[in-house]
Design a binder for this molecule. Structure first.
Ligand code: BMP
Length: 249
C-alpha cells in the first residue's frame, strides 16, 4: 500500500487528521521506550500517523529502540514518518534514508536546500524503489523562519521568487509525497497549496504549543496537522488528542 493510501486509511478509520509528534525526553532509554509506547497506545485511535524526530533516534538508536515504536505504530494501523530533515550530499543522504527504511519508517522528511543533483536525487530514487514516501520541508513554523524561507531568490531560469515558492515547485517537480508548511502562517499554506496542486499532502506543524490554530491551518489548505507537546505533555494525552482530532474535523 502506498504511503498516501496508508495515511488516508488511518485517517478515515480514526476520523482524524492529527499526526502525533512523539518527542519525549528521558535520560533512561528503557523509561523513554516505555513512555513512548504507552503514550502511543493511549492516543493511537485519535491520530492518523506517527512522526518521530531525531531526539528519539539519538537517545534510543534505530535498532532495538526506535524500530520497536515504529512496529507498535504499525500494529495500531498507523503509518510512520521519520522527521530527519535530511540535508547532506547524496551518498550520506542515501545511507540515512536506507537506515530509516530498514527501521521500518514509511516516509522521511527531507530539506530541499541541498538540491537535486548529488543531494536529494539518491533519496528519491531509493524511496521510489522501496515504495517509501519523501516529504519536503517547505516553510518552517518558528518565528525566525521568515528570514530565510521568505527571502527572494533568483532561479537560473525565471524571475526572483521567495525561497519557499521555489521549494514548493521543487516538491511538485520531484514528485514528493508531501510538503511541510508551518501552521503559524496560514497565508503561506494557502500560497503553497496554489503551487503544489490539489493532490499533494500538506503537513502542518506548530499547532497549539507554537501558537498555530488547527481550523485556520486546515482552511488554508493543510491536510494533516502535526501536534506534539499539546498532546504528549498534557496530563491526559488521550483527552488532548481527542480534542485536537475533533477540532480538526
Ligand atoms: P510541537 O507540537 O511540540 O511544537 O512539535 C512540533 C513538531 O514538529 C516537532 O517535532 C518539530 O520538530 C516539528 N516541526 C516544527 O515544529 N516546525 C517545522 O517547521 C517543522 C517541523 O518538523
Amino acid at each position: 500500500m502506498s504511503f498516501e493510501d496508508m495515511i488516508l486509511k488511518a485517517s478515515r478509520a480514526n476520523k482524524s487528521k492529527i499526526v502525533l509528534a512523539l518527542d519525549l525526553e528521558n535520560p533512561d532509554p528503557n523509561a523513554l521506550v516505555q513512555k513512548s509506547l504507552q503514550t502511543l497506545k493511549t492516543v493511537g485511535t485519535y491520530i492518523c500517523a506517527l512522526k518521530l524526530n531525531r531526539q528519539l533516534v539519538l537517545s534510543l538508536g534505530l535498532r532495538n529502540g526506535v524500530d520497536r515504536i515504529v512496529r507498535t505504530a504499525h500494529e495500531l494501523g498507523l503509518p510512520t514518518i521519520m522527521d530527519a530533515k535530511i540535508n547532506d550530499v547524496g551518498h550520506t543522504n542515501e545511507f540515512m534514508m536506507r537506515s530509516y527504511i530498514e527501521a521500518g519508517f514509511d516516509g522521511v522528511i527531507v530539506s530541499p536546500v541541498v538540491g537535486w543533483e548529488g543531494g536529494l536525487d539518491s533519496v528519491f530514487h531509493l524511496a521510489g524503489s522501496k515504495g517509501k514516501a519523501v516529504i519536503l520541508l517547505v516553510y518552517m513554523s518558528n518565528p525566525g523562519a521568515e528570514a530565510f524561507y521568505s527571502l527572494e531568490a533568483t532561479p537560473a531560469k525565471g524571475n526572483p521568487k521567495p525561497v519557499f515558492e521555489l521549494f514548493a515547485k521543487m516538491a511538485a517537480e520531484w514528485k514528493a509525497n508531501g510538503v511541510v508548511v508551518g501552521a503559524t502562517k496560514p497565508e503561506i499554506i494557502a500560497r503553497v497549496r496554489g503551487l503544489v496542486g490539489r493532490h499533494m499532502a500538506i503537513f502542518s506543524p506548530g499547532i497549539g504549543a507554537q501558537g498555530g490554530d488547527p481550523k485556520r491551518a486546515l482552511a488554508a489548505g493543510a491536510d494533516y496537522l502535526i501536534v506534539g507537546r499539546s498532546i504528549y505533555a498534557e496530563a491526559d494525552p488521550s483527552i488532548a488528542a481527542a480534542r485536537y482530532r475533533d477540532l480538526a474535523m
